[in-house]
Ligand binder design. Sequence first.
Ligand code: CA
Length: 232
Amino acid sequence: MDETKSRRILVIEDEPHTRKALCSMLVQDGYEALEAGTGTDGIAQCISSRPDVVLLDLGLPDIDGIDVTRQIRDVSEVPIIVVSARSREADQITALDRGANDYVTKPFRDGELLARIRVAIRSLGRPKEISEPFVVGDLRVDPAQRRVLVGDVEVNLTPTEYKLLLAMVRQAGKVVTHEQLLREVWGPGYLREVQYVRVYMKQLRYKLEKEPAQPKYLLTVPGVGYRLKVDA
Ligand code: CA
């Protein structure tokens, strides 16, 4: 996976121990690590150093991490992975809604965080409108032909089911919140209709998963939303 090497990752984290640990993990994996101990410094470095990925702690001393997310989004499309404690789960969801790309809960395993970074890097420079087939396990989604296959069997999806699946494919490997899905599939007037997503996700699982109650592809992220599995 050489394309992921010598990428520049900015770590915005006020706790020196955690920041050093993250940076040495990144350097060991072949990345260049930049560090910022405050939100202000982090935003400034996003502009001056143009990192490829940002790891963002939400509990910062000067600016709230949610605001940092928004301010980075004003100046950059850089993928932002929130790295934060479980007690701030509600904030993590808001951060995703404000434009963060993914989140990892502390304490995390290094392998898990590095895998998310690779997903973020793979999405760099990829156009939003996908036309390449998406494949994981025996599931194949071919947007160019509007076809969905499980093994050799073509699956018939309703227009809404298909839109929901495509929204997941566009964000494959990342956490997608209920609100993000509602905005994309139903529109900004439906952001509170979480049950729509639940109902349609259930239908999709019945059509695509061998064991819908124990999905292998369309995974639930409790309290947050969903993640479409990608091949490791
Ligand atoms: Ca902190």
